[in-house]
Design a protein around this ligand. Structure first.
Ligand SMILES: Nc1ncnc2c1ncn2[C@@H]1O[C@H](COP(=O)(O)OP(=O)(O)O)[C@@H](O)[C@H]1O
Ligand SMILES: [Mg+2]
Length: 297
């Protein structure tokens, strides 16, 4: 019997599968409930049952790109999915999740929202009409929370555009008495801080970059536990953890990419464990270098 204490029991059977199946497993998304994420989810749960008051509290989840914001918001959303209420056959959507359009365009913002609710609309309708339509739908679906991902896209425009969207958000929150959860980069936080009324109502919660501490080592240990390699890699060992942090530059998305690439190489080379040598051999360019490369074009 193979020594497999280093793996989650659900993966033991996967170890017996062919390379390809194991690689496929590694490439899939898996959720790790690190403590900051759990803490934010607990906050979201509290907000979802908040009574409808005149001034609803809002939340702004702030973090760098690729640091787990969307995955987190999505995880919360799918745990409170829309459903058909038996009693009156109404379609209820406790949470509505949408992505802000890439530019601060009010009409496209409403279009995106109506799309995410599968509500048909006429593209040519006036913006006021769309806004009204949206309010009606959200009331009918008894929506309690609106999550706007990539909110910096609509808040980081010029000042005039920013004003418009800050007012849109205020209007939706006031009319519907729903919780607004913004998700975005620190540009969004800066924009919200320009409006004293909103900055009072938006509590910022930060997903900081990962640094060398216990929480980071726990993350590595969890990632290793969920990676179907036949031998333990001991990623928490100082040299390895330091190396992964340096390569990834501290976002969870890059940390995960480095480990996935290394695990796949370890399978292909037959070493079945991630080592410093494997980390040095993977085909991986750190994000800052990718950026430089891109900017030189
Ligand atoms: N809780 C998590 N557990 C495991 N991997 C995660 C987690 N959160 C994020 N990731 C990884 O990080 C990547 C980027 O996350 P994402 O939420 O899209 O970042 P953001 O929205 O901040 O740009 C994901 O594709 C996933 O690989
Ligand atoms: Mg995102």
């Amino acid at each position: 019997m193979m020594e497999i204490k280093h793996l989650h029991p659900s993966l033991h059977a996967i170890l017996l599968l062919e390379e390809e199946a194991r690689i496929n497993k590694i490439q899939q998304d898996s959720w790790i409930g690190y403590s900051r994420a759990q803490c934010i989810i607990a906050k979201l749960e509290d907000l979802l049952i908040y009574p409808r008051v005149i001034r609803m509290p809002n939340l702004l989840i702030v973090g760098d790109t690729n640091n787990g914001k969307t995955i987190l918001a999505n995880r919360f959303f799918v745990s409170h999915k829309p459903y058909l209420r038996e009693a009156d056959q109404s379609f209820i959507a406790p949470i509505v999740y949408c992505q802000a359009p890439p530019k601060p365009d009010e009409k496209r913002f409403y279009n995106n929202l109506l799309d995410s609710l599968f509500v048909p609309y006429r593209v040519s309708d006036r913006v006021e009409h769309k806004q009204q339509q949206l309010l009606n739908v959200l009331r009918r679906m008894e929506t309690k929370m609106l999550i706007i991902d990539e909110i910096h896209h609509i808040l980081a425009g010029n000042l005039a555009a920013q004003r418009i969207f800050l007012n849109v958000i205020k209007y939706l929150a006031n009319e519907l008495r729903i919780v607004i959860v913004g998700v975005g980069t620190k540009d969004a936080l800066a924009a919200i801080n320009t409006d004293p009324q909103l900055s009072n109502r938006f509590e910022p919660v930060i997903l900081p970059k990962w640094t060398m501490n216990e929480e980071y080592l726990r993350l590595l240990a969890s990632m290793e536990y969920l990676t179907p390699l036949k031998k333990p890699s001991n990623l928490v060992e100082y040299n390895m953890s330091q190396c992964i942090l340096g390569m990834s530059e501290g976002t969870i998305g890059e940390i995960s990419t480095v480990i996935k690439k290394a695990a796949i190489l370890a399978i292909k080379q037959g070493t079945e464990q991630i080592s410093r040598k494997i980390l040095d051999s993977i085909d991986y360019i750190p994000p800052s270098e990718r950026k430089k490369h891109f900017e030189s074009y």
